[in-house]
Design a protein around this ligand. Structure first.
Ligand SMILES: Nc1ncnc2c1ncn2[C@@H]1O[C@H](COP(=O)(O)OP(=O)(O)OP(=O)(O)O)[C@@H](O)[C@H]1O
Ligand SMILES: [Mg+2]
Length: 347
């Protein structure tokens, strides 16, 4: 049985459809990330699951029980926001134990859970401070701690790391994942940050305009984006349209494009004449090859170098771990048929 079952969920605000016919099962202990542009309905979905917003139609179950009409305080969920929403007159310790007191958890249990979470989040030395005596990053960790001490069966995160600097964000995201796995919590996590989504998730749901575009593991989503929207949203993608010209041996298909013929080993719908292809910048094999381009921009990134190439009014992006290429040079490259994905039209 799924931990969370979402069926045909829709939400409209004065005729504006923020979510439409959203259906999804989340498994017990799964870490699921919602990824999508601003305004696509991510926060709306979390608010509906936690009970702060009523859906227009559809239902939600947790642990097999329909909770669509259950008030938020009676749901076994905790929501952790981007804005910390701490009680300003309570110190860190009191903020952390507030929810446990409300649920009448025994003092021993309370103390044990609070000290465990405070230690995990590096807050032990801050317990007697008021929120306005903390840095933004510390406040964010208290907010996170307040949700974690509850050990809810479902924990919902709405961009909980967006106010942290890059280094702290990396640390806290490892902590979140570890705590979620230690307690086998079912988590739904919202982020704008695609690398955070790829690094943390068991599965990622890509949303656009209130609808699911693709649900997959991070690896699948990156290697096999279904549409241009997904390809473009996750990782850099080179996109090119072309005309199917032949099926060759070993199930390869040749597509005539402005770059020349590109071969793909991915399935092409038999009736398709025109298709859109996608390949990832780091997959270009520099050296010999049928394609070439002039470097018009170079950005050294440490572990790799980004190169923007131009050829016949087309622009490509290539990534290489070789830092000797310079603007103005012409480079040749090839792409393996396995690395050329055929996209479906955006629905
Ligand atoms: N209470 C409301 N009344 C009217 N429209 C709303 C309300 N809440 C959200 N919306 C609209 O619904 C859409 C989805 O909003 P939501 O907050 O879910 O987006 P989001 O994906 O969380 O975006 P962001 O990444 O910017 O946080 C937006 O267009 C928003 O303007
Ligand atoms: Mg939001």
């Amino acid at each position: 049985m799924a931990a969370i079952g979402i069926r045909n969920l829709s939400k409209s605000f004065d005729g504006f459809q923020a979510l439409s016919k959203f259906s999804l099962d989340v498994q017990q202990g799964e870490f699921l990330t919602l990824l999508g542009p601003s305004g696509c309905g991510k926060t709306t979905l979390l608010k509906i699951i936690s009970g702060f917003l009523e859906p227009s139609t559809g239902s939600i179950s947790i642990g097999g029980e329909d909770i669509t009409r259950v008030p938020p305080e009676n749901r076994d969920t905790a929501l952790c926001f981007q804005s910390y929403a701490l009680f300003p007159h309570l110190n860190v310790l009191q903020n952390l134990e507030f929810g446990l007191k409300q649920k009448r958890v025994s003092r021993d249990q309370r103390d044990a859970r609070v000290s465990e979470v405070a230690a995990k989040l590096g807050l032990e030395t801050q317990l007697s401070k008021l929120p306005n005596q903390l840095s933004g990053g510390q406040q964010q960790r208290v907010s996170l701690g307040r949700a974690l001490v509850m050990r809810p069966s479902v924990i919902l995160f709405d961009e909980p790391l967006s106010n942290l600097d890059a280094k702290l964000r990396d640390q806290v995201r490892v902590e979140i994942r570890r705590i979620q796995q230690d307690y086998s919590l079912t988590a739904i996590y919202v982020t704008h940050d695609q690398s955070e989504a790829l690094a943390m998730s068991d599965r990622i749901v890509v949303l656009n305009d209130g609808k699911i575009v693709q649900v997959d593991t991070p690896e699948q989503l990156y290697a096999q984006p279904k549409t241009r929207f997904v390809a473009d949203f996750i990782g850099g993608a080179n996109l090119i349209t072309g005309r199917v010209c032949s099926q060759t041996k070993e199930n390869l298909t040749s597509v005539e494009t402005l770059m020349g013929q590109i071969q793909t080993s991915h399935r092409i719908n038999k009736s398709s004449e025109n298709v859109e292809l996608c390949w990832r910048p780091e997959r270009a094999q520099i050296g010999k090859g049928p394609y070439c381009g002039t470097i018009v921009h170079r950005a050294f990134q440490g572990q790799f170098t980004d190169l923007i190439l131009e050829e016949n009014d087309m622009i490509f992006r290539i990534q290489t771990n070789n830092d000797r290429f310079r603007v103005g040079e012409v480079i040749t490259f090839s792409i393996l048929p396995d690395d050329v994905v055929v996209l479906e039209a955006d629905g």
